[in-house]
Design a protein around this ligand. Structure first.
Ligand code: AMP
Ligand code: ZN
Ligand code: ZN
Length: 313
């Protein structure tokens, strides 16, 4: 029988990229330590800060909230923040909201929900219905709405930072996609920490930056959270999935490839890229004429979408 490297109990988990077997308890500790190291390395969190944790109702952000809760306990004020984007198909939004709320209750953390339908008279169901008005991909619209509302609400709640559950596999597949497509605007913004600016943009952190999807799946199973890998009914065939599958194939044959890619990008390429890019075109942010939020245009993407979607034709 294979045994845990730490305590010799029967091993439940084998982590190929670290070449180590662990029992359930030591695996949870391993994930928590990994996150702690990432937080320290990238100086993400200071004690007693108030942090909004974006909880989607999926397993990754559930693991994020649980890990932060176990690492920091009372020394960090965590608020679970959920955006209800209004997808009725397969009861998707309702189930997501219930799961996010249940987890916050279980961990005795404050829970805040933004109901897009009630507060802004829009929903992703309406976007589906009026897709031709927007002329941009469905998932991109959803991303814009969520980013805007997560930013705005966490600032209103007086939080210092916003933490999201993006993990290793997400970061690397997006990075690869952006390199292939030459999306320099996105490439210079890669990394586990984005600074905020004055009072319109909250600082963003990704504490699961160096945790893999396989690891959050195992963590979720061991903790018995019962979160599913439930994909949005409209997101089927998203292009990042293709990149993820490709990376998983490479990872199966050469374990550690994803983390090496990410760490080397950060260590070797990101800084020179940022310096030369900012020299070429300094980014100036304006205030949206409608909502006062940050934008590079006159009207921000959120207000623009809202106008196109809700105007009478
Ligand atoms: P996704 O792009 O769906 O993989 O989500 C990435 C991260 O964004 C999640 O781990 C959450 O932290 C955050 N997020 C996504 N959807 C929501 C939502 N509806 N409410 C709050 N946070 C969300
Ligand atoms: Zn053990
Ligand atoms: Zn606006």
């Amino acid at each position: 029988m294979k045994r845990c490297r730490k305590c010799q109990a029967p091993a439940t988990v084998c982590l190929a990229r670290h070449n180590v077997r662990l029992c359930a308890a030591h695996f949870l500790e391993f994930v928590q330590k990994t996150v702690k190291k990432t937080i320290k390395k990238y100086r993400m969190i200071n004690p007693y800060e108030k942090i909004a944790v974006a909880v989607s109702g999926g397993k990754d952000s559930a693991v994020l909230l649980d890990v932060l809760d176990s690492i920091y306990g009372e020394t960090l004020e965590l608020v679970g923040l959920h955006i209800d984007v209004g997808i009725n198909a397969q009861d998707y939004s309702k189930k997501s909201l219930d799961r996010a709320r249940d987890l916050c209750q279980k961990l005795h953390r404050e829970f805040v929900v933004v109901d897009v339908k009630k507060e802004y008279q829009m929903s992703m169901d309406l976007v589906k219905e009026r897709e031709e008005r927007l002329k941009r991909p469905y998932c991109a619209v959803c991303g814009t709405l969520k980013r805007y509302l997560l930013n705005r609400t966490s600032l209103q709640l007086g939080c210092e930072k916003l933490a999201t559950g993006h993990l290793l596999d997400d970061e690397v597949s997006v990075l690869l996609m952006n390199i292939i497509n030459g999306n320099i605007d996105q490439l210079v913004r890669a990394g586990p920490r984005l600074e905020g600016n004055d009072s319109t943009m909250i600082a963003r952190i990704n504490p699961l930056y160096e945790v893999s999807e396989l690891e959050t799946t195992l963590y979720n199973q061991i903790k018995g959270f019962g979160f599913q890998e439930e994909e949005c009914p409209y997101a089927k065939g998203a292009s990042t999935t293709t990149y993820k599958n490709l990376l998983h194939n490479i990872e199966d044959n050469h374990s550690g490839t994803m983390i090496k890619f990410l760490q080397n990008y950060h260590k070797v390429l990101l800084q020179p890229l940022k310096t030369s890019y900012q020299k070429a075109q300094p980014i100036t942010l304006n205030r949206c004429r409608n909502c006062d939020g940050p934008t590079t245009e006159e009207i921000c993407a959120f207000c623009n979408i809202r106008y196109l979607l809700t105007k009478n034709e």
